[in-house]
Write a new protein. Structure first.
Length: 311
């Protein structure tokens, strides 16, 4: 029976490094086969997951020997952290390992949405020449509003400042005198940030407090033509309210990398059909070839530190 179960995709060299010293089951599709996953963890001392494996309830009960959960990423809303703590199970996110990937996604997406010129390829080759419709906006001089000011938001701020943006942020958990605010204007409240920002990027966990944080009321408090980017967690944005704001032209664009329901099915996705200036991606902002190597290596090291060097 395995010491380590890895239920979602991980960089193969990191898997191999663990397999050299431990009995490992690596099956990136195991997350989709719940009964098999429950059987697999019966003797496991470590479970390695991304964001889809729900480490709670029946799965935790089925793993009496579990000592560590390695998270290939940073969000912990798919893990019952309290139940793990009560059982003495360490939960180890790969803090910092995918910050660059998400920050680049945010900046690249903001550039794309503001310029608004990249969805007319078919019109161009069809003989149209929609130059006036493609006149967009420059990012220099715009205001980036960061909701949450942790590691990823700080990386995003550095890149935005280099492009000539003004950066404001709201995070009640970062002290006003924290040196990380250097170059960034701290906003006391969310409404104050929303009414000033041309681009709003979300960097908060999903909690009872942040569920539907960006709802119809919050959107109404944004600048007309503002752009919203969510790489944080699905459920932080009221998707129906966002769709309405795009449909009626109040917002200038949006990008969602995370959704209230993942994967999105036809019913959940219907709200997004035929919306202007909307980018949808399947929860990959933090996943690049490079970040996958870093995240996997950090997670393998975290698991090894808890289990020791050998089985």
């Amino acid at each position: 029976m395995p010491d380590i179960v890895i239920s979602e995709f991980m960089d193969q060299p990191a898997v191999d490094s663990l397999a050299a010293d431990f009995d490992v089951i690596y099956d990136p599709d195991l997350v989709n086969r719940g009964d098999e996953l429950i059987t697999a963890v019966a003797s496991a001392r470590a479970l390695v997951v991304r964001n889809r494996t729900q480490v709670r309830g029946e799965l935790l009960q089925a793993a009496p020997a579990l000592r560590v959960v390695g998270r290939l990423g940073v969000g912990l809303d798919n893990i019952d952290v309290v139940a793990c703590r009560e059982r003495g199970i360490e939960v180890c996110p790969a803090t910092g390992a995918n910050d660059t990937a998400v920050a680049e996604y945010v900046i690249g997406t903001a550039l794309t949405l503001l310029r608004g010129a990249y969805g007319v390829g078919e019109a161009v080759i069809g003989g149209q020449w929609p130059r006036q419709a493609c006149i967009g906006r420059e990012i220099a001089g715009k205001v980036l509003g960061l909701v949450g000011f942790g590691g990823i938001a700080r990386e995003t701020a550095q890149r935005a400042l280099a492009l000539g943006m003004d950066v404001i942020a709201h995070d009640p958990f970062v002290a006003p005198d924290d040196p990380t605010w250097t170059g960034v204007t701290r906003e006391e409240g969310l409404p104050e940030l929303l009414c000033k920002a041309d681009v709003i990027s979300l960097h908060v966990p999903l909690t009872e407090t942040t569920h539907n944080l960006v709802d119809a009321g919050a959107i109404a408090g944004m600048k007309r033509g503002a752009v919203l980017i969510n790489t944080a967690r699905g459920g932080v944005v009221d998707e129906a309210a966002l769709a309405d704001a795009l449909k009626n032209g109040y917002l200038g664009g949006a990008a969602l990398d995370v959704f209230a329901q993942e994967p999105v099915d036809a019913d959940a996705g219907e709200v997004f059909l035929s919306l202007p200036n909307l980018i949808l991606t399947p929860h990959i902002a933090g996943v690049t070839e490079e970040s996958n190597v870093r995240v996997s290596a950090v997670t393998a090291d975290n698991v090894r530190k808890v289990l020791g060097d050998t089985k």
